[in-house]
Design a protein around this ligand. Structure first.
Ligand SMILES: Nc1ncnc2c1ncn2[C@@H]1O[C@H](COP(=O)(O)OP(=O)(O)OP(=O)(O)O)[C@@H](O)[C@H]1O
Ligand SMILES: [Mg+2]
Length: 367
């Protein structure tokens, strides 16, 4: 491998394209990962996540673009010479081998002496809390335990980069939630840099320090989970992550601090100043949990307010989701938290109510 100076990130994906018989699966992707970070690629089915991961792992060759790990070109290397490991969604454990032999498989193939293999396997099984089950076969384990064997096996050769394709996809919802924290804990303990793909936004947001939203082969936005949720850069990202109200707006005025916009239902909609240009067509994204719902109009004059009729209501435990019918016929989703047991749950279908929110709640979007 030729050694080149590391420029910037630990892993650099530079303008990578992959087409299969003229169909573009990955479309000019640029991404940079810092050493030690957990980065999640989030996108719906077929958007190119696995293809991108497989190119980093070496199972696919990019049509164009560069892949660099610590400044060294990866594309020239066959998969087994890349200092990384990819854990597949199906785990691909060997059914006839014990847990310990599954974990030690790659080490044995690499010619490591058996005493060293035994010590490394023991350490890894302790890390994933499976020492007790070392002699079991994969079919004698639960889904969560199999996932941990696969993780231990991926870490056996001490990769610099760990690629996880839907790491918790095979587990049921409850186990997935519990395993997320455990997985992050193990990855951080080992200190390995991790690029994971998932179509589960909650998984991406809870596990990753930064994430990218992907759509039709392209990356639409890169940021920390809260940046992406609170400051989405496009209608697509706002709508893809979480629940949202999207409104078409006309720009009335823009000052240093504030936009004044208008919609059919809210003639003076106030929003914080955003980077979008007022000459472009703009829209507004408003998260349902940032809206308050009361019988009386708001007392404070500086807030956005609109009166509507409760069309629908769903009790969701920690919050209640209301559909408020507005005068234009549009429906506003409002999701107040159930902080006490009485106030909002009093509002019945058919009742009139005021929805109100501060100028800092809406996000102005330019596309
Ligand atoms: N070997 C291949 N030959 C032809 N087309 C392919 C091949 N591999 C992937 N594709 C196509 O590339 C696109 C991206 O596929 P990919 O598997 O990367 O999606 P994904 O984001 O991982 O989806 P999922 O969430 O369903 O796993 C899809 O349209 C898929 O059909
Ligand atoms: Mg996939």
């Amino acid at each position: 491998m030729t050694s080149q100076p590391t420029v910037g990130g630990f892993l650099r994906i530079e303008d990578v394209v992959k087409s299969f018989d003229g169909t573009v699966a990955v479309d000019h992707v640029n991404l940079e990962l810092a050493q030690g970070e957990i980065f999640a690629l989030l996108g719906s089915s077929g958007c190119g996540k696995t293809t991108l991961l497989r190119m980093v792992a070496g199972f696919e060759r990019p049509t164009s673009g560069r892949l660099l790990l610590e400044g060294r070109d990866l594309v020239a290397l066959p998969p087994y010479e890349r200092p990384l490991n990819m854990m597949f969604q199906s785990y691909a454990l060997f059914p006839h081998l014990s847990v310990a032999d599954n974990v030690g498989f790659g080490l044995k193939r690499a010619g490591m002496p058996s005493a060293e293999i035994a010590a490394r396997v023991e350490a890894l099984l302790t890390l994933v809390q499976l020492s007790r089950l070392a002699q079991r076969k994969p079919h004698q384990l639960s889904g969560g335990q199999q996932q941990r064997v696969a993780l231990a096996r991926s870490l056996a050769r001490q990769p610099k980069l760990l690629l996880l394709d839907e790491p918790l996809g095979a587990l049921d919802r409850k186990l997935r939630e519990e395993t997320r924290i455990e997985l992050v804990h193990i990855i951080k303990q080992v200190g390995v840099t991790c690029l994971m793909v998932t179509h589960d936004q909650e998984e991406a947001m809870t596990m990753a320090s930064r994430m990218a939203v992907m759509h039709e082969g392209r990356i639409l936005q890169i940021g920390t989970p809260d940046e992406i949720y609170e400051r989405p850069s496009s209608r697509f990202v706002a709508d893809f992550i979480g629940n949202v109200n999207l409104m078409d707006v006309q720009v009335q005025s823009v000052t240093d601090r504030q936009w004044t916009l208008s919609t059919t239902d809210v003639p003076h909609l106030l929003a914080e100043r955003w980077s979008a240009s007022p000459s472009q067509p703009v829209s507004v994204a408003l998260r349902p949990e940032k809206i308050r719902l009361t019988r009386q109009p708001p007392e404070h004059p500086g807030v956005n307010a609109v009166k509507g009729v409760v069309r629908d209501k769903a009790y969701c435990g920690s919050f209640t989701l209301y559909h408020l019918g507005l005068p234009s016929g549009a429906v506003l989703k409002v999701a107040p938290t159930n902080v006490d047991r009485s106030v909002q749950s009093d509002l019945a279908v058919g009742e009139e109510a005021w929805a109100h929110w501060s100028a800092t709640a809406p996000v102005v979007l330019s596309c």
